[in-house]
Design a protein around this ligand. Structure first.
Ligand code: NAD
Ligand code: DAU
Length: 367
């Protein structure tokens, strides 16, 4: 760890009630989790460990970067010695692990990167926690943030993924997340490490990297660029506002039963094409375009390889046991989201310049 980071963390008073290491806190969901914990729990020291890949962006955390209970450490979860050092010096007693490669299309192009970060990185983090905690697990927790994609795909019917659904991942991304879930359970079952896992559906909201459906399409509508719909646009996703996911993580971290898995979802299923039509309607209105103007941007392109047909989460366990349910109606959430991206053009321009532009052009060159 660079000396300045170390000094900064040491300078923080030692009187904090807990020290929580959040990995991937500069990414989309991680930044919302970091913000929530830093603001809601001034008695906790929050360390955000992030490698700052293309998806990590410290601009996502501008509003809390100077809070006394917050520290950022730039680093890789695959770096054994950095983790060892961090755990030893900072007396970490809680981990909320979000760092990952998260985009399915990228996993199809580079599966090894996903195995390295998502599988080996998670294993490395588990081992660092185990070595640091030395079998004294009182007051400790390793919380692994995972995805509903590990369950595979549903048909067009009324079935839902429950915590008992058999794992059946199809993409290199979901396979890597499934493997990381298995390692977390293995550390719980074999070494008695207190672990908890949540599997969440598709998130949307501010600060999502514009390679994912919703921010990409808002960006393209604004710039009058094609809206690349994979296949027939009939695939179904269950959408949850990102701040609701962060609240669920808070509840599970504090009240979840050790060794358990909790599904998190929005009870909010949309086919891609219907969702796109809603986005077009709302965005055109906000941009002052005549209704339906951007419909002509819809372009059907070659389908994603292994494209999962339908995801839908049954979040009943989380509601019954811990009282969590989504707070935001989708209509309100999507309006808030579109208006955020339209108002934060600088953020979008910043993350879509340079390297990403090249990636995007290559990505669609062969479609
Ligand atoms: P993201 O891609 O926006 O952010 C990932 C973050 O991890 C980035 O800040 C990146 O810099 C960091 N990172 C990547 N590799 C790293 C490494 N080797 N070491 C340290 N940091 C590294 O992802 P997201 O959408 O915010 O997802 C966060 C987590 O939630 C992931 O584990 C993902 O699988 C899971 N998840 C995402 C969704 C969703 O809809 N986005 C839904 C369910 C679960
Ligand atoms: O279900 C949770 C998962 O949701 C998370 O674990 C992943 O990290 C996250 O990326 C997300 O995965 P998806 O593949 O569902 O999200 P994405 O935004 O890439 O795509 C949503 C749907 O839209 C999917 O059916 C593919 C389709 N799509 C996507 C893009 C980027 C298009 O039709 N065109 C596009 O350009």
């Amino acid at each position: 760890m660079p000396e300045t980071d170390e000094k900064k963390i040491r300078m923080a008073t030692e009187s904090y009630k807990r020290t929580i290491l959040i990995t991937g806190g500069a990414g989309f969901i991680g930044s919302h989790v970091v913000r929530l914990f830093v603001n809601k729990y001034p008695e906790y020291k929050i360390i955000n460990l992030d490698k700052l890949t293309y998806a990590g962006n410290l601009a996502n955390l501008k509003d809390i970067e100077n809070k006394p209970n917050y520290t950022f450490v730039k680093g890789d979860i695959c770096d054994e010695s950095l983790l060892k050092d961090l755990f030893a010096k900072q007396k970490v007693d809680g981990v909320i692990h979000l760092a990952a490669e998260s985009h399915v299309d990228r996993s199809i192009k580079d599966p090894f990167l996903f195995a390295r970060t998502n599988v080996l990185g998670t294993l490395n983090l588990l081992q660092a926690a185990k070595e640091s905690w030395k079998n004294d697990y009182s007051g400790k927790l390793f919380y692994h943030v995972s995805t509903d994609e590990v369950y595979g795909a549903l048909e067009f019917d009324d079935t839902l993924f429950t915590e008992e659904t058999r794992y059946d991942p199809h993409s290199p991304y979901s396979a890597s997340k499934a493997a990381s879930d298995h390692f977390v359970r293995a550390y719980h079952d074999t070494y008695g490490m207190p672990c908890v896992i949540s599997n969440c559906s598709n998130n949307y909201g501010p600060y999502q990297f514009p390679e994912k459906l919703i921010p990409l399409f808002i960006h393209n509508i604004r710039n009058k660029k094609a809206l690349p719909v994979y296949g027939k646009g009939e695939n179904v996703r269950d959408w949850l506002y990102v701040e609701d996911h962060a609240c669920a993580i808070d509840v599970i971290f504090h009240k979840g039963r050790v060794g358990e898995t909790y599904n998190i979802g929005g009870f909010n299923e949309w086919t891609n094409i219907d969702l796109i039509k809603v986005m077009i309607k709302v965005a055109d209105k906000m941009l002052g375009n005549p209704e339906g103007t951007s419909t002509e941007l819809i372009t059907y392109v070659t389908d994603r390889a292994g494209h999962d047909l339908r995801y839908a989460i049954d979040a009943t366990k989380l509601k019954k046991e811990l009282g969590w349910e989504p707070s935001l109606q989708f209509e309100e959430g999507i309006e808030k989201t579109i208006s955020w991206y339209l108002d934060n053009q600088d953020w979008l321009d910043n993350v879509t310049s340079g390297e990403y532009q090249k990636y995007y052009e290559e990505m669609y060159a062969d479609r």
